[in-house]
Each structure stands twice: as C-alpha cells, then as structure tokens.
Write a protein that binds this ligand. Sequence first.
Ligand SMILES: CC(C)(COP(=O)(O)OP(=O)(O)OC[C@H]1O[C@@H](n2cnc3c(N)ncnc32)[C@H](O)[C@@H]1O)[C@@H](O)C(=O)NCCC(=O)NCCS
Ligand SMILES: Nc1ncnc2c1ncn2[C@@H]1O[C@H](COP(=O)(O)OP(=O)(O)OP(=O)(O)O)[C@@H](O)[C@H]1O
Length: 216
Amino acid sequence: MEKAPLPLIGLTGLYCAGKNYVASILEERGLEVLDVDKLGHAATELEKEPIVRHFGDTVLNSDGTVNRKTLGELVFGKPDELAFLEGIIHPAANRLTEEWIENGSGKIKVINAALLHRSTSFGRLDFIIIVRAPLITRFLRARKRDKLPFRQLIKRFKSQKEFISQYLSQNADIRIVDNKGYFGICSRLYRRRLENRIDEILAKAGCVLQEPSKEK
Ligand SMILES: CC(C)(COP(=O)(O)OP(=O)(O)OC[C@H]1O[C@@H](n2cnc3c(N)ncnc32)[C@H](O)[C@@H]1O)[C@@H](O)C(=O)NCCC(=O)NCCS
Ligand SMILES: Nc1ncnc2c1ncn2[C@@H]1O[C@H](COP(=O)(O)OP(=O)(O)OP(=O)(O)O)[C@@H](O)[C@H]1O
C-alpha cells in the first residue's frame, strides 16, 4: 500500500511575531523548516545586478555584497520601490521553495515565510500556523534585534497592514499560536504555553513525532 504524503505546513506572522522562534521549536520536534527570508537574502546576492542598476551602488557594502539595511530604507514606505524589489526577489525565492518541497527528506516540511500568502506554494499547504504577538512586544523585539530607527520600523510595520486579512480572505486553514514572551517577563510561562499549543496543533494534525508535554 502506498504511504500517504507527508503534510506540508506553512508558518507565518507579522514582523517580529516570532516565526523563527516557533520554527526552532518545530525543528526540535523533528520537522524540517525552510526559512524563506534567508532564500530571499541569497536571491538578493544572485540578482545584485538589476538591484544595483535600479537603486544605485549606495546599496553595496565595501566588499561588494548588498547592504540590506540600506536597501530596506529605500523600499519600505515606498510601495512602488518595494514592488520592484519583490519582482526581482520573489521569482527566485519561489523557484528555490518549490525545489525544496520536491526534495524528499522523509520529514514533515514547514515553509517559514513572512509573505506566505504570495508564495506560489501557498495552494499546496495543508494548514498554516500564524504566530501572533502584541504590537508593543513586536516593536521592542524589532528595536533590539534589527536596531533600526523608529521611523524605519514604523514603515516596515505599515507595509504589512493587510497581511493577516489575506489569509482570512483566501479561506486558509489557520492555527493561531500566541508568542508573548520577551526577555525575562513571564518568559518561562509563555514558553511552556507556546510549546503546549504547538504540540496540540501537531497532535491534532497527526504530525506527532514525540509525546506532547503533559504539563499545562
Ligand atoms: C528589504 C530587504 C532587503 C531588507 O532585508 P533585511 O535583512 O533587513 O530583512 P529580512 O529580509 O530578513 O526581512 C525581515 C522581515 O521584514 C519584513 N519584510 C521583508 N520583506 C517584506 C516585504 N516585501 N513586505 C513586507 N514586509 C517585508 C518581514 O517581516 C520579514 O520577516 C529584504 O527584506 C527584501 O529584499 N525584501 C523584499 C523581498 C521580499 O519580499 N523578501 C521576503 C521573502 S522572499
Ligand atoms: N518568546 C520570546 N521570548 C523572547 N524573545 C523572543 C521570543 N520570540 C521572539 N523573540 C525574539 O524576537 C526577535 C524576533 O523573533 P523572530 O526572529 O523569531 O521573529 P520573526 O517573526 O521570525 O521575525 P521577522 O519576520 O521580522 O524576521 C528575535 O530576536 C527573537 O529572539
């Protein structure tokens, strides 16, 4: 008898909601996670020529690599410029994602992508995990991790205004995960709740590779 295909899961959420944080928990449970932001970074280097032609060589570091911080300043808050950059990066990221899906590893696969709703693989997903965190928590995490000026952060937040409604309008099968932790504040309690929620989702979807935690 032929084995049923393994589920393909999507993982998404707004800026600094904690997609990577959740991804690492899924990896601990034996799932294989693709980081599409990282594919985008690789695509930026591969497609450097048209990027520099359009945005100028101020987007280059002294070693010739693309300075993504500078590029971010030029695109966030400018929809036409962002759309231009996406037009270069997304086809490459989509191609690499499709290749990764086809490459059978025997593990349950998870696509971790901020722009999952626009991925060509969207229709292949069995369900989607959306990571949520309060706005202020996301803002503090972003300040700490990316060290961007306040205005830049606001622009990045604003560029994602319609992201969640996109999933709702596409009737996606959504599982919400709350990730409220930040620093030491209740972090162990939040972490335990988060892990329990992830185990619950995996168990219900028949993706359990280890016993879910009994602790509540
Ligand atoms: C502007 C760039 C150079 C900034 O690079 P940087 O290293 O600072 O950010 P990184 O790529 O790691 O993204 C961090 C977060 O920013 C947000 N973000 C990135 N791209 C976008 C976008 N097109 N629209 C809205 N939010 C975005 C997401 O929350 C993402 O998780 C880079 O994000 C980019 O090239 N974006 C356009 C292409 C794209 O959509 N990439 C993401 C998926 S392939
Ligand atoms: N529960 C948590 N407790 C403490 N720190 C956290 C928690 N979740 C996330 N963080 C921190 O917040 C920052 C953003 O988290 P993460 O990279 O997982 O978010 P993301 O949604 O993948 O971000 P982006 O889409 O912007 O790349 C990281 O520095 C991470 O270590």
